[in-house]
Design a protein around this ligand. Structure first.
Ligand code: GRF
Length: 200
């Protein structure tokens, strides 16, 4: 059985699209069955539906300052949909320890830098300002520390003379779309192994 995967996003959804397209190959070892956004009316939700994947918003507003209550509502959806792995893909909301602990080892994130360098926002501008010669992206397991946790995959790109934030972001994004489906496939193959044994 392929693990059932949910993707969380808050905006454009290009990594979500890369994950869905990869999972639509018969030999891909995971199934993307749900997309969740903390915001209604974002392009990612519409795109997911067009690609044939159930997509819904769980807005944070009704929960006010109670971030954990918002996450409990999201978690109830994940449980109802029998989700086994969560991929954060441009999900622009810090998670509380509640949701992170619920999904330890089964929640991935993609971050546009070569972690541990440049956690947080504006990674491309910061790498350019620091005069870096290379930059890239990282897929990692999510822990309670933002943009931290065991690294599953990384890809490097060169920083070229004349690069702007936009040209660099585009070069990195191309790699994000490659390594995220690869990292999810590797994790899925691992967790679908029968307990303590190799695949028959
Ligand atoms: C990506 O650069 C991702 O690494 C970061 O947020 C951006 C989301 O873009 N976490 P998209 O929504 O996947 O197009």
């Amino acid at each position: 059985m392929k693990p059932r995967v949910a993707v969380f996003c808050s905006g454009r959804g290009s990594n979500m699209e890369a994950l869905i397209r990869a999972s639509q190959s018969a030999d891909y070892p995971a199934e993307i069955v749900l997309v969740v956004s903390n915001k209604a009316d974002v392009p990612a939700l519409e795109l997911a539906r067009k690609l044939g994947v159930k997509a819904l918003a769980v807005p944070a507003k009704p929960f006010g300052k109670d971030r954990e209550a918002h996450e409990r509502a999201i978690d109830a959806v994940l449980v109802a949909e029998k989700i086994e792995i969560v991929c954060l893909a441009g999900y622009m909301r810090l998670l509380t320890p509640y949701l992170v602990r619920r999904w330890t080892g089964r929640m991935l994130n993609i971050h546009p830098s070569l972690l541990p360098k440049y956690p947080g926002l504006d990674t491309h501008a910061r790498a350019l300002a620091a005069g870096e010669r290379k930059h890239g992206c990282t897929v990692h397991l999510v822990t309670e520390i933002m943009d931290d946790g065991p690294i599953l995959a990384q890809a490097e790109v060169p920083i070229l003379p004349g690069d702007t934030e936009e040209t660099l972001a585009a070069r990195v994004l191309e790699q994000e779309h490659r390594i995220y489906p690869e990292a999810l496939a590797a994790l899925s193959a691992r967790i679908s192994l029968p307990e303590g044994g190799a695949k028959p």
